[in-house]
Design a protein around this ligand. Structure first.
Ligand SMILES: CC(C)(COP(=O)(O)OP(=O)(O)OC[C@H]1O[C@@H](n2cnc3c(N)ncnc32)[C@H](O)[C@@H]1OP(=O)(O)O)[C@@H](O)C(=O)NCCC(=O)NCCS
Length: 168
């Protein structure tokens, strides 16, 4: 498959994911996050919204990823009504590659792809204790719009964070 390079951040290449990246994406997920998914889930996400599955690469190794889904349902921004929403299902950057702008670039590019799919908003869930991620999302203009009690398997609550997307 043709490689679609979306951006460069320092020495990192940010490009669209392909099926052959998924094993490395799963490895990163397992090292960095307590929420894991079946292999099938990753392939489904890639198939459903390939433009929203983006990886960061350095020297032919994947060091970070974002994967998203397009959904239709109740708006998290408007008081009433339905919206087409870009859901950030998972994002992670390997520890030694953090604070270099990779995570924020992955989000920025994913939001651009959501806009192209006519999403008017984006949302995600994050552990209430995950300060790094919450500050990243705030920097990317997400706001806390709700709290989901016992959202995670270990009982920790999640913040629901959302932002609007222009031209969506
Ligand atoms: C959250 C995560 C993806 C951020 O990736 P990253 O590549 O370091 O992000 P960036 O370098 O683009 O950081 C952008 C901004 O986020 C905020 N941020 C990121 N890490 C931070 C930290 N450790 N402390 C405080 N703010 C932080 C800062 O505002 C930062 O901007 P700055 O570096 O100019 O101050 C990364 O820490 C990670 O993979 N964490 C583990 C997995 C995880 O928690 N994923 C989210 C699940 S909901």
């Amino acid at each position: 498959m043709e490689e679609v390079v979306l951006a460069r951040v320092g020495a990192y290449t940010i490009r669209r994911a392909s099926e052959s990246d998924i094993i490395q994406v799963i490895e990163i997920n397992e090292k960095t996050l307590p929420e894991h998914y079946s292999d099938y889930f990753y392939f489904e996400i890639l198939k459903d919204f390939p433009e929203g599955f983006i990886v960061a690469e350095l020297d032919k190794r994947i060091v970070g990823y974002i994967m998203c889904r397009i959904e239709y349902g109740f708006s998290h921004i408007k008081r009433f009504g339905l919206a087409r929403k870009g859901h950030i299902v998972s994002i992670a950057v390997m520890e030694e590659h953090r604070r270099k702008g990779v995570g924020s670039t992955l989000i920025k590019l994913a939001i651009e792809e959501m806009a192209k799919k006519s999403c008017s908003e984006s949302y995600l869930e994050v552990r209430v204790s995950n300060r790094e991620a919450i500050s990243l999302y705030e920097k990317m203009n997400y706001k806390i719009v709700g709290r989901l009690e016992s959202y995670y398997r270990d009982g920790e609550p999640a913040y629901l964070m959302a932002r609007s997307i222009q031209n969506g």
